[in-house]
Ligand binder design. Structure first.
Ligand SMILES: NC(=O)c1ccc[n+]([C@@H]2O[C@H](COP(=O)([O-])OP(=O)(O)OC[C@H]3O[C@@H](n4cnc5c(N)ncnc54)[C@H](O)[C@@H]3O)[C@@H](O)[C@H]2O)c1
Length: 270
């Protein structure tokens, strides 16, 4: 899709990957809506790029529906809906099932159900108009595993499955689905100040930097290219493709390897 003059809504657009994507879409001529729980942050980016800011809690279906209705009324049909907002939590001391139900629910609501709510409202609208683009930001954790973050990993696996279902079901409706699965990106989510300039491939953040940390600008460019070229899977760290193949070809061996990796991480931090 040529994004010039298209209306694009980006959730979690106030910070991190979403912020960089709002800027990249604007440079290519899209009319951008920055949607975020953090309205001040969203307004700052909207002012910078000449876009529209809206306050939105993606965990709330009624808010997503209202946001879509408002944007379509004020700016016209949404051509590109980017479900990017996400949260992550560590397991805590007692292992993979030990994070609170509140944290599990937040992961499932924000990292998965928000994608469902957006698609539920956008698919019929896009179908009627002959097509559109849904971008779902998951994570390499949705194909592999984020060690020490079981709720995050499970929610991202579910997000991957949902994006696959969407793409398969709605291809004939002209809807392009794009699934984004990065490893570490320099944002607050992994403890990096999002305003520090980072060289792509930097290391130094413990278990997060296996294949180097990428800048938000680099990841945004990968997503933009996938929107333009109508590609499904975006792997800003190309190594993920190899790991995914290895996992699929011998799952038991992969678990053994990940177990050793976890032990190494525990040793490093101990
Ligand atoms: N940073 C990484 O290493 C990394 C790696 C893989 C995938 N991702 C994914 O990329 C996406 C963006 O993450 P990021 O790294 O830019 O994080 P970030 O914390 O920098 O930005 C997340 C944004 O989402 C917003 N947000 C959080 N909850 C929200 C809600 N309920 N409603 C609306 N907005 C909400 C926040 O205010 C923030 O602006 C997430 O889905 C994340 O899981 C990140």
């Amino acid at each position: 899709m040529d994004v010039q003059n298209r209306v694009a809504l980006v959730t979690g657009g106030a910070h991190g990957i979403g912020r960089a994507l709002c800027r990249a879409l604007c440079i290519e001529g899209a009319r951008v809506v920055v949607a975020d729980l953090d309205l001040d942050g969203a307004q700052k980016i909207a002012d910078e790029i000449g876009g529209m800011a809206i306050k939105l809690d993606v965990a709330n279906e009624a808010e997503i529906v209202a946001a879509i209705q408002r944007v379509e009324k004020e700016m016209g049909p949404i051509d590109i809906f980017v479900s990017n907002a996400g949260v992550a939590f560590g397991d805590g001391g007692a292992g993979a099932a030990s994070a609170s139900n509140e944290k599990w629910r937040a992961c499932l609501d924000i990292n998965l159900m928000a994608h469902v709510y957006a698609a539920r409202e956008m698919v019929p609208r896009m179908k009627k108009r002959g097509g559109g683009c849904l971008v779902n930001v998951a994570s390499a954790a949705g194909l592999l595993c984020q060690v020490g973050e079981a709720a995050y990993t499970a929610s991202k696996h579910a997000a991957v499955g949902f994006a696959e279902s969407l793409a398969i079901t709605h291809r004939d409706d002209g809807i392009h689905v794009c699934l984004v699965c990065p490893q570490a990106v320099a944002t607050r989510m992994i403890g990096v100040d999002e305003d520090t300039e980072i060289e792509d491939g930097s290391t130094g953040f413990g278990g997060n930097d296996v294949d180097g940390i990428l800048s938000t600008e680099y990841v945004a460019d990968c997503i933009l290219a996938a929107i333009q070229q109508e590609k499904f899977l975006v792997l800003p760290h190309p190594q993920v493709s190899t790991y995914f193949r290895r996992k699929a070809s011998d799952h038991d061996r992969w678990i053994e390897g990940m177990h050793r990796f976890r032990a190494r991480l525990a040793g490093d931090s101990g």
